[in-house]
Design a protein around this ligand. Structure first.
Ligand code: GDP
Ligand code: MG
Length: 166
């Protein structure tokens, strides 16, 4: 038995980049244009000695109207319900946005276990955004750089007790 991790968060924070790193294949579409794909993607993740299922919530277009906002919410809720643990990703370079706060609200209500990850955290320019992430009320943010592979050891450390439960 293994566990399932869902990577959730608003468009363009780096979810698919981390998914690709964990799965080791270019299964998820990474693009500078957010919201190119429109579904949930599942892959077999490998992180050190840990093996688990990872879900990437793709297709979360910028919430420019109610239907997109609704779609983003429904897709995230589906991923949360499939997962044993959620990695809620925010962008440490842009800081916390109202959409991040909407996601935090969904996760507080619906998810059993949440790992808050402040991504794009390579370099000092991200320090303020990492600190700001505390305001989401989801505990200490994990400093992560999915693109550069920073914070992966810490992530493994956090996931270990969850792996031990399964
Ligand atoms: P998603 O929409 O949340 O799936 O985000 P993507 O994985 O498609 O990434 C969106 C953009 O952020 C792309 O241009 C990535 O190259 C960039 N990105 C992803 N991870 C990092 C990171 O750790 N650091 C930096 N600086 N950029 C990143
Ligand atoms: Mg994506």
């Amino acid at each position: 038995m293994s566990f399932t991790l869902a990577i959730v968060g608003r468009p363009n924070v780096g979810k698919s980049t981390l998914f690709n790193r964990l799965v080791g294949k270019k299964l998820a579409l990474v693009d500078d244009q957010p919201g190119v794909t429109r579904d949930l993607r599942e892959g077999d993740a490998k992180l050190g000695h840990l093996r688990f299922t990872v879900i990437d919530t793709a297709g979360l277009e910028e919430a420019t109207d109610d239907s997109l906002q609704g779609r983003m919410r429904r897709l995230t809720e589906r991923a949360v319900d499939m997962a044993d643990v959620c990695l809620f990703m925010v962008d440490a370079r842009t800081g916390i946005t109202p959409t991040d706060e909407m996601f935090a609200e969904i996760l507080r209500k619906r998810a059993d276990k949440v790992i808050l990850a402040a991504n794009k955290a390579e370099g000092k320019v991200a320090d303020a955004g990492v600190i700001e992430a505390y305001s989401l009320g989801l505990g200490e943010p994990l400093r992560l750089s999915g693109e550069h592979g920073e914070g992966m050891g810490e992530l493994m450390h956090i996931l270990q007790p969850i792996a031990d439960e399964f």
